[in-house]
Design a protein around this ligand. Structure first.
Ligand SMILES: N[C@@H](CCC(=O)N[C@@H](CS)C(=O)NCC(=O)O)C(=O)O
Length: 217
């Protein structure tokens, strides 16, 4: 059965691929699974029908037969667990890749996301500049640590995994901030993720929602 995911009808990022349906689309493309997308307005996301799928009234969700899931990390894990290509077979390597999935969402994403929110909802506050500096200091600590850990490797733990997929989507939110540029290996890591054919297909599909022009190829 073809899975259905939900995404913004009008993404606030205007197709920059920062909304969290992007990671789900990318995962589905990596494992070669077709999917359908149900687009939702902000008001539809808060309606009871959608809250049956997502208690917090957000996107993305993933429906496959009788199973409905929310939380992008859980959805990516579900896809990676059921299809080859995003998690290694070896039990220890698999556990390490899953650890990187949690690290991306639990340790690296929070300060990056907070900064992102601050830049558009706290801009007019008297304490904005100070808060931004504090958030950027926190992000730099994490980027420095991640950069040391990655070193010259291509991916976080041997081959590309769902851990890299999530980490790349998290780091992409820093595009335009000038922060990633201080860590050339992380910049190259993000670029490697974005160069993957599956990433490109997913990106083009979410952009097509904004432009109204379906991807070609
Ligand atoms: N932790 C959730 C976060 C979901 C989330 O924040 N979704 C955003 C789009 S990226 C959303 O629906 N925002 C609209 C809202 O919260 O009303 C996940 O990873 O799926």
């Amino acid at each position: 059965m073809t899975a259905t995911i939900t995404a913004f009808e009008r993404s606030p990022d205007r197709g920059r691929g920062l909304a969290r349906d992007m990671r789900v689309r990318w995962a589905l493309e990596e494992v070669g699974q077709p999917y359908e997308v149900r687009l939702l307005s902000f008001s539809e996301m808060k309606e009871p029908a959608h809250r049956l799928l997502h208690p917090f009234g957000q996107i993305p969700t993933h429906e496959d037969g009788n199973l409905a899931l929310f939380e992008s990390g859980a959805i990516v894990f579900h896809i990676a667990d059921r299809h080859a290509g995003l998690l290694p077979d070896d039990a220890s390597a698999r556990a390490r890749a899953i650890t990187w999935m949690f690290a991306a969402l639990n340790t690296v994403e929070p300060p990056i996301f907070e900064r992102s929110i601050a830049t558009f909802v706290e801009r007019d506050k008297t304490w904005y500049a100070e808060r931004l500096l504090m958030l950027e200091d926190r992000i730099h600590v994490r980027l420095g640590e991640l950069s040391s850990c990655l070193g010259n490797a291509e991916w976080l733990d041997d081959g590309f995994s769902a851990g890299d997929l999530l980490m790349v989507t998290v780091l992409r939110r820093l595009h335009g901030s000038g922060m990633l540029e201080k860590y050339p290996n992380l910049g190259a890591y993000v670029a490697r993720g974005e160069a993957r054919p599956a990433y490109k297909r997913a990106f083009a599909d979410q952009l097509a929602v904004v432009t109204g022009k379906p991807r070609t190829g």
